[in-house]
Design a protein around this ligand. Sequence first.
Ligand SMILES: [Mn+2]
Length: 306
Amino acid sequence: MFGNYLDGNIGNTLDGVATAYERHIPAIPERRDVGRRKYRTIWISDIHLGTKGCNADLLIDFLDRVDSETMYLVGDIIDGWRLKKKFYWPSAHNDIVWRILKRAKRGTRIIYIPGNHDEMFRQFTGLNFGGIEIRRAAFHDTADGRRLMVLHGDEFDAVMLSHRWLAFFGDTLYHLMMGLNNGVNAVRRAFDLPYWSLSKMAKHKVKNAVEFIGKYEETVARAASERGVDGVVCGHIHTAEHRMFDGIEYWNDGDWVEGCNALVEHFDGSMEILNWPEEIAKREADEAATCVNAARVNAPPVPEAA
Ligand SMILES: [Mn+2]
């Protein structure tokens, strides 16, 4: 009798666990009314969940409108450095985790390569959580037969390697700057102005930053060439870019703190960097145009002058 009681209850509880995720509705419900653009591969990185800098709403909009056979999460998905200082986890950040797990469940192959901010997950390299494979790095073969090395990229950051304290100090400065960035954008939103990136502008203005980025890109490309691959995909420096170094492709998928970019591979193997704020602006302009046209079509005929 006792055994049955336990079996029944544990059985129910386990069933409950198995379906709680399925029954859960995220705070920002998934959009099912819009078509999803389908790609062969999507790379995103530097989401920094757990920080105020993360543009969760833009990323949710992105995830609800695209789909792919394979998705690479190229590091700094969750910001352990920040969370250690102050716990911050709004429901929108949970909604992103929910959406990623949901994709894995729907059959997208998801490969997660932890970065330096989520290095606590590197110890789980080789394991699989909810259909998400954790790797230290990966090789990706494109539809047209190119072989790309995929890694976060902090491995080649001179500051991260030899001056770890400076990396942490820089992180604090960056965090302050991103706080300012969010303030500026809240004001811009209030005035109906599009998203604008403070540090993107600052980076282009400061000579040292430009030099650092250039040197970093070259170092990563050289490392890829030494490994005999056709190119490399990385993140880490929050600067989406496509460059060629002596025939080696360098791709950076950007971030979801400033630029809000993703890297995608089409079914023919060609690749493209998406700028999501620009995509949203384009979509809204198209929708507005459609509305104007619909209004024209549906407008009552103008009465002829008597
Ligand atoms: Mn990083």
